[in-house]
Each structure stands twice: as C-alpha cells, then as structure tokens.
Design a protein around this ligand. Structure first.
Ligand code: ADP
Ligand code: MG
Length: 279
C-alpha cells in the first residue's frame, strides 16, 4: 500500500528540550503524500513546518511515531537518495561553477565526469539556465541561484522534492515566475513535492492539497484540496475566480487554526534557517 505513497507520516511527535525549555514542535502529526502529488505545509512561524520537513529528510528523528518515504524508513530513503532538497538559502558553493554545483550530488555518488556534465547541462536547460554553466553563483541573481538549487535537487531524478520556502527570499514577480517553472518541472518529472511556505497564494497556486498547521504544539488543523490540475496552473489562473476562491479557503482555514485557544501566546520567533548541504 505504501509503495505508491511518496511519504507516510504516522502519528509523529517531535519534542525539543526538557523541563522549562521543552517545546512540543509536532503533536501527533499524520500525513500521506501520494506519488506525484504536490502538498504544501502552511502555518505561522514556529508551527513546526521546517521540523516536519527535516524529519522527512532524516536530518532529525521523530520523538514518537514513524515516517516512511516510498515505503522505506526515512534513513534508508536518504541513503538511497530518493529525494532532492531545496531550502530558502540556495546553498550553492561559491567557488564552484553553476554546472559543478549541479554536478555535486552526482560526483559524491561516483557518477563519471562525462555523464555528470551531460546531466548538468540537461538540468540547467530544464530550469532555463543553459547559458550560465561556467558562471559562478555570485554572477547570478537570487532567482537564478534558486533555479540552480532546484536543478541540483533534481540531479538524481528523485521522485520526491522537499522544499522549505525555496522562493521566500525573492521578489513577488520572480516568485510567481518560479512557481510557474516549478509546475512545469513537476509535470515533466512526475516528482511529488512537499513544499513549506508562508504564502497563501503560493500554496493555493502550486498545491494539490494544502496542509494547514497551528502553532505550539504543531498540529495539522485542516487539509484542503484545491482541485487544480497542472494544466489549470497557467498564467491566467491567478486572475480566475476559482483561484481567488482557493486563496480564500486557505486564508480562512489558517485564521481558524490560528485563533484556537492553544495558539494564543505563541511566540513568533523564527529560528535560524537550516541551510543544509545537499550532498
Ligand atoms: P516553522 O518552520 O514552522 O517556522 P520550526 O519547525 O522551525 O517552525 O520550529 C517549530 C518549533 O520548534 C519552534 O518553537 C522552534 O523554536 C522549535 N525548534 C525547532 N528546531 C529546534 C531545535 N533544534 N532545538 C530546539 N527547538 C527547536
Ligand atoms: Mg521554517
């Protein structure tokens, strides 16, 4: 049954610290992501979105409950490189060329030089940066750097992408452009995506399902289906009443989650972004 599921999160708790410093970051979170499905996690700062993503990526372990990725324990999926990750900071190595950055995960896994170079070229074409192979990250804009990070995340043809506010640092126009690109890339690669965002329109535009979380303890409050297909997600969709309706539904669910009693008094401290190298 789990074979066609990209992700199964079963009754997961995550607790940080002890005594007075104890923080219940996730409380009995259960979630299933189908193969090829795009699922967003949305909620106020500190509700455990990044924590959940880090557990999926096996960068940390649940305090209770289980996580499987393509039917395997998260740890095995990490070893098998079953997913690519892209976070808010592109995490590109400044001394490497764009192509060499994209090649890095392949290099780490012993793929030969010629094959690596070919794959990097193909990926940079996919994200529209074929002319920038030999440039260095500081020669590219922030949006272009994020596209390189997405190309790198796709290097090993993962069937799952884990993305934590990948467009969070970008201006609105660049952000909308990259959202469109991501839709196209997902349609082409068939990858499932778990996507963390603060942005209501971003979640409504990209997602098959939007998971609305509430803070402290982080819980899933609502799961909304948008009903959009990748064919719907053209430029015109942003001006369509069906899109406004989806945005409104997400906003209302977020408001409802935020105004429950346990949400009161939740601090809005944003922890330092967890920039993780991809290798
Ligand atoms: P979000 O990504 O939704 O903003 P996080 O998942 O980063 O939230 O954090 C959820 C909660 O867990 C916050 O209260 C945060 O301070 C706490 N937290 C996250 N990582 C750690 C850690 N390594 N040690 C202690 N507390 C943490
Ligand atoms: Mg976060």
């Amino acid at each position: 049954m789990t074979a066609q599921h990209a992700v199964v999160v079963d009754t997961v708790d995550k607790v940080f610290g002890t005594g007075e410093r104890r923080v219940v970051a996730l409380d009995k979170v259960s979630l299933t992501v189908a193969a090829g499905e795009f699922v967003s996690l949305i909620g106020p700062s500190g509700c455990g979105k990044s924590t959940l993503l880090r557990l999926l990526a096996d960068l940390d372990e649940p305090s209770a409950g289980t996580i499987t990725v393509f039917g395997k324990p998260a740890k095995q999926a990490r070893i098998d490189q079953d997913y690519g990750i892209a976070f808010q900071q592109s995490g590109l190595l400044p001394w490497r060329t764009i192509a060499a950055n994209v090649e890095l995960p392949l290099e780490v896994h012993g793929v030969g030089k010629r094959e690596r170079r070919e794959r990097a070229r193909e990926l940079l074409e996919l994200v529209g940066l074929a002319d920038f192979l030999d440039k260095h990250p500081d020669q590219l804009s922030g949006g272009m750097q994020q596209r390189v990070a997405i190309a790198r995340a796709l290097a090993e043809r993962p069937k799952l992408l884990l993305m934590d506010e990948p467009f969070g640092a970008l201006d609105e126009m660049t952000r909308e452009y990259l959202q469109g690109e991501l839709v196209r890339i997902c349609a082409e690669t068939g990858a499932a995506v778990v996507f963390v965002t603060h942005s209501i329109p971003e979640a409504a535009f990209l997602s098959d399902r939007v998971v609305v979380m509430s803070p402290r303890p982080g819980r899933i409050r609502a799961v909304l289906e948008t009903g959009f297909s990748s064919a719907d997600r053209g430029a015109g969709m942003r001006e369509d009443p069906s899109f406004f309706a989806a945005v409104t539904r997400v906003r209302e669910a977020l408001g409802a989650a935020h105004h429950e009693p346990e949400a009161l008094g939740a601090a809005h401290d944003e922890p330092t972004p967890h920039a993780e190298p991809v290798a």
